[in-house]
Design a binder for this molecule. Structure first.
Ligand code: UP6
Length: 266
C-alpha cells in the first residue's frame, strides 16, 4: 500500500486525470466515491447536489435510470463542476475491442463525452483496453481514464488468482490510460517487479459500515479495514444513500476513510 500522501502522488503521477483525482482528495480531505445507484434523474441529481461537497468521485450506473435524457448528463456535468467531483460510469465493458469502442464513444449514452472514468473487465483479453485507449487518445478530452476490474466483491466471484494477475499485467501494458484497478485490497503480490514511476490507484467496492452483505452475495468491509488493506478510494452505495440521513452518513464515511488514510501515511 502506498505510504505516500495524495499530495505527493498528485505531484508525481504521469496521468493527468490521476493527478486531478489525488489533488481533489487532498483538497476535499475525502477519499469517498459515492455509488449513486438511484433510478430516476431527479433522485440522482438531488443526491449528487447534497453529497457532492463530501465526495471526490460520483459513480453512476447510467443505464439503470428510467428517464435518462440530455438533462441527466447536463445536470451531472454541472454538479461535477459546482462541487468539484469526477464522474465514474461503472459500465464494466467486457466485449471485443471493436464493440466496446462503439459502446464507449457513441450509442444513446455517449459515455466518453461525460464520464471521466470508466471500468472494464479483461475477460476478452488486452484488445478491449487497446480499443478504449485508442478512443481516448483520438478524442480531444485529456481527462479520461480507465480502471480494470481485477476482483469482485460478491460471493463465489471467479475474478481471483490468475484472472486477477492477468488484470494487473494488462493494466501495466497501458499505463497512459489505465489509472488503476477496482479490487478489495492491495494487489502488490501480483506485481512481479514494480518500476519507479508506477502508481496504480486502488478503488474498492463493497464498503459499508453497518452491514456485512446482502441477500445476493454482496460482501462488505468497513472503510477502516479497506484502507488498512491497501485501498486508496472507497466506493460506497447503500451504506450512504440508503441511510436515514445520507448527508450524515457520507460525512461519517469520509471521516473514517480520511482517518485511516492519515494513519497509513504517517
Ligand atoms: N460493484 C460491487 N462489486 C464489484 C464491482 N462493482 O459492488 O465487485 C458495484 C455495484 C454497485 C456498488 O455495481 O454499484 O459497487 C456497490 O453498491 P453497494 O455499496 O450499495 O453494495
Amino acid at each position: 500500500k502506498s505510504r505516500l500522501s495524495f499530495a505527493k502522488r498528485a505531484e508525481q503521477h504521469r496521468n493527468p486525470l490521476a493527478r486531478h483525482l489525488f489533488a481533489l482528495a487532498e483538497k476535499k480531505q475525502s477519499n469517498v466515491v459515492l455509488s449513486a445507484d438511484l433510478t430516476t434523474t431527479n433522485d440522482l441529481l438531488d443526491l449528487a447536489d447534497r453529497l457532492g461537497p463530501y465526495i471526490v468521485v460520483l459513480k453512476t450506473h447510467i443505464d439503470i435510470l428510467s428517464d435518462f435524457n440530455d438533462d441527466t448528463i447536463a445536470g451531472l456535468t454541472e454538479l461535477s463542476k459546482k462541487h468539484d467531483f469526477l464522474i465514474f460510469e461503472d459500465r464494466k465493458f467486457v466485449d471485443i475491442g471493436n464493440t466496446v469502442q462503439k459502446q464507449y464513444k457513441g450509442g444513446v449514452l455517449r459515455i466518453h463525452d461525460w464520464a471521466h472514468i470508466v471500468n472494464l473487465s479483461v475477460l476478452a483479453g488486452p484488445g478491449i483496453v487497446h480499443a478504449l485507449e485508442e478512443t481516448i487518445k483520438n478524442g480531444d478530452i485529456s481527462e479520461r481514464g480507465l480502471l480494470i476490474l481485477a476482483e469482485m466483491t460478491s460471493k463465489g466471484s471467479l475474478a481471483t488468482g490468475s484472472y486477477t494477475k492477468a488484470s494487473i499485467d494488462i493494466a501495466r501494458m497501458y499505463p497512459e490510460t489505465v489509472m488503476g484497478w477496482v479490487a478489495t485490497r492491495e494487489l502488490s503480490q501480483f506485481v512481479d517487479s514494480k518500476t519507479d514511476d508506477e502508481d496504480f490507484v486502488v478503488f474498492t467496492t463493497g464498503v459499508n459500515i453497518s452491514s456485512q452483505g446482502d441477500t445476493f452475495g454482496q460482501q462488505y468491509q468497513t472503510p477502516t479495514t479497506a484502507m488498512a488493506g491497501g485501498s486508496d478510494f472507497l466506493i460506497a452505495g447503500r451504506g450512504i444513500y440508503a441511510a436515514a440521513d445520507p448527508v450524515a452518513a457520507v460525512q461519517e464515511y469520509r471521516k473514517a476513510g480520511w482517518d485511516a488514510y492519515k494513519a497509513r501515511i504517517e
